[in-house]
Design a protein around this ligand. Structure first.
Ligand code: AMP
Length: 374
């Protein structure tokens, strides 16, 4: 059973990025205090936290300090030190545990866990070395996507191979880690299901988002996803099946491919609130961040309901100026900035959520704004 945490008590967050910030803002609405562990001084989460511990995520004494000041500890990203998180669980209240972090840090372990949970993934092979890839790739054939087992994100650490001649392009990926190679999926859509579960087994999915990527980075999420009802049911069932199999406490984002026949394949997992769930701040009765806080604080979960169809658009560094100049033109847009100082190209600086009764007209409005044309 997760210990119940009450307003006035302190939630510790490992990681000071925008996900931590939005968790903190949700928690503060209920009167919790926030402590954050983050190596940079002026982080998105640090700006809204009560206590800032400025140190590396694997710094033992900093983790001990976080344990001392926090009544419960959560995290906003999965690339934290697994052993450190496990040790933290012995001296502090970490209801999510460390197991999901171990699994999702490594695509090889993640894929095996998904198969064990009984859900479908694209056919794949594991290759510890480039030579193993050359040997094994025939099992899945071309085209295929080679991904480093550890440390890749937003399309980094990935290479699509169209034929044998391309094989050599995957060689550098093995400099860092083992890889998985998976059959290329000619999906019709990408969707994500954010499933949230409490320690007593209450489980709810946020409305399903349809994700559109540009240059491997999430660009837009359209909610509800424009998919058949039967596909939506399969997607939710799969997410719940994974959540139960992995004994989830907190939040798990499940990214999926939708196939032509309406079937689904699971692509990957993230054990935290997800970029594709940001729309829920305005568009749901309980946002992914509120629900996450409820789950880790031992509060009962609420059944998410969508107030209105919505589109979330990410604001990257190159979109900051055009958006800022257009604020006056779009009073119905909910504009979020994460407080990052430097608007570097492709850096996630904020997002916009637009609730709408007409998705097509709003997509057109987003296009016509020219903010995202670069
Ligand atoms: P990932 O880092 O695994 O989420 O992959 C990033 C993006 O690459 C996905 O959102 C897809 O657009 C694309 N992708 C990844 N794996 C495959 C695949 N097996 N087949 C087709 N596209 C893929």
């Amino acid at each position: 059973m997760t210990k119940v945490i009450y307003p006035g008590q302190t939630i510790g967050i490992i990681g000071g990025g925008q996900l931590g910030r939005m968790m903190a803002l949700a928690a503060k609405e209920s009167g919790f205090k926030i402590a954050v562990l983050e190596p940079t001084m002026d982080s998105p989460c640090g700006q809204v936290a009560d206590i800032r511990i400025v140190a590396n995520y694997d710094d033992e004494s900093a983790l001990e300090e976080l344990a001392e000041v926090s009544d419960v500890i959560t995290f906003e990203f999965e690339n934290i030190d697994y052993e450190g998180l496990k040790r933290l669980g012995q001296i502090a209240n970490v209801p999510q545990g460390a197991e999901l972090v171990r699994i999702t840090q490594d695509r090889i372990i993640e894929k095996a866990s998904l198969v064990e949970a009984g859900v479908e993934v694209s056919p794949y092979v594991v290759a510890q070395t480039y030579e193993e890839l050359v040997e094994r790739v025939a099992t899945i054939g071309y085209p295929c996507v080679v991904k480093t087992a550890r440390g890749g994100y937003d399309g980094k650490g990935q290479q699509t191979l169209y034929n044998e001649k391309d094989l050599i392009k995957a060689k550098p990926l093995f400099d860092h880690a083992a890889c998985v190679a998976e059959a290329f999926v000619s999906f019709t859509k990408e969707i994500s299901v954010i499933v949230q579960r409490s320690s007593n087994g209450d489980t709810y999915c946020q409305p399903i988002g349809e994700n559109i990527h540009v240059n491997h980075i999430l660009h837009e999420t359209i909610v509800p996803a424009r998919i058949e009802e039967t596909t939506a049911q399969k997607a939710e069932q799969a997410a719940i099946q994974i959540a139960n199999a992995l004994q989830l406490v907190g939040t798990l984002a499940v990214e999926m491919f939708v196939l032509k026949d309406g079937g689904i394949l699971i692509n990957e997992l993230a054990p935290r609130p997800h970029n594709s769930g940001h729309y829920s701040i305005e568009a749901c009765n309980v946002s992914q961040f509120h629900q996450h806080i409820r789950a880790v604080c031992g509060w009962p979960l609420r059944k998410p309901e969508l107030w209105a169809p919505s589109i979330m658009v990410n604001v990257l560094g190159q979109h900051v100026m055009p958006l800022t100049n257009a604020i006056a033109k779009y009073p119905h847009w909910s504009i979020h900035f994460y407080g990052k100082k430097e608007a570097k190209e492709n850096r996630k600086m904020g997002h916009v959520t637009i609730m709408t009764e007409n998705i097509d007209a709003t997509l057109e409005e987003i296009n016509a704004s020219s903010i995202w044309s670069e």
